[in-house]
Design a protein around this ligand. Structure first.
Ligand SMILES: Cc1cc2nc3c(=O)[nH]c(=O)nc-3n(C[C@H](O)[C@H](O)[C@H](O)COP(=O)(O)OP(=O)(O)OC[C@H]3O[C@@H](n4cnc5c(N)ncnc54)[C@H](O)[C@@H]3O)c2cc1C
Length: 171
C-alpha cells in the first residue's frame, strides 16, 4: 500500500460516467486520498512476451485475484476504522480502478532463476543453465512478482551477482 501523489479532476474525468459535472469531479479530487495497491500475479507460462509479425505482443490474464480483493477489502476496513472520511456529512465512498495492460510496469520472470534447468532459465547465480558465460541480472530473474516495486531487488541482485563474478575471476 502506498500513497499516490494526488488525483485531479482531469484524471477522474476519464473514468467518470458521461456528463458528470466538472465541479463534482473537482470536489471529489480535492477531498480524496489516493492509494496505490501493488498485488501479485502468480507465475503463468501463458503470461508472456512474444514477437508477432515483428511486433511485441504481451499476453496477460490476471490471476491471484482473490488475494487482491482481500487486500482491497482489508484496506477499506482499516480506513473506515480510523474514520478516514468526511466527518460532517457521512458520504465517504471507496472507488477502485485496476491499471490496464497499457500501464504495465512490473513485468518480471521471463528468465527466472532456480535450480531446475527444466523450469528455470538461470541458475541461482543468474548464469544461464545452458551457457557458461552468460549472466542475466535484470528484472527477468524473478521467479514471481512479489507484490512490491521491483527496482531495489533488481539492484540488490545485480550487486550480489557482481560480487560472485569478482570471486570467480579472482579465484
Ligand atoms: C511508469 C513506470 C513506473 C515505475 N515505477 C517504479 C517504482 O516506483 N519503483 C520501482 O521499484 N519500480 C518501478 N517501475 C519498474 C522498474 O522501472 C522496472 O522494474 C525496472 O526498471 C526494470 O529494470 P531492468 O533492469 O529489468 O530493465 P530496464 O530498466 O528496462 O533496463 C533495460 C535497459 O536495456 C536497454 N536496452 C534494451 N534493448 C537494448 C539493446 N538491444 N541493446 C542495448 N540496450 C538495450 C534499455 O534502453 C534499458 O536501459 C516502474 C516502471 C514503469 C514503466
Amino acid at each position: 500500500m502506498q500513497l499516490l501523489g494526488k488525483a485531479n479532476k482531469e484524471m477522474l474525468e476519464g473514468d467518470a460516467p458521461p456528463m458528470t459535472p466538472n465541479i463534482a469531479l473537482d470536489q471529489m479530487a480535492k477531498h480524496s486520498i489516493d492509494w496505490w495497491i501493488t498485488s501479485e500475479d502468480l507465475p503463468d507460462p501463458n503470461n508472456r512476451v512474444t514477437l508477432k509479425n515483428g511486433n511485441i505482443q504481451l499476453s496477460y490474464t490476471d490471476n491471484n485475484t482473490e488475494a487482491y480483493e482481500r487486500l482491497l477489502k482489508r484496506w477499506t476496513e482499516v480506513l473506515k476504522s480510523i474514520d478516514c472520511g468526511d466527518k460532517i456529512i457521512p458520504c465517504s465512498i471507496y472507488l477502485k480502478k485496476k491499471i490496464p495492460l497499457e500501464g504495465v510496469a512490473h513485468q518480471v520472470g521471463t528468465c527466472r532463476f532456480g535450480s531446475d534447468p527444466k523450469t528455470n532459465v538461470l541458475d541461482l547465480n543468474c548464469k544461464t543453465h545452458d551457457l557458461d558465460n552468460l549472466y542475466i541480472v535484470d528484472g527477468s530473474f524473478f521467479p514471481s512478482s512479489a507484490a512490491v516495486n521491483p527496482s531495489l531487488t533488481i539492484i540488490a541482485n545485480a550487486l550480489r551477482v557482481g560480487e560472485h563474478l569478482i570471486e570467480l575471476i579472482t579465484k
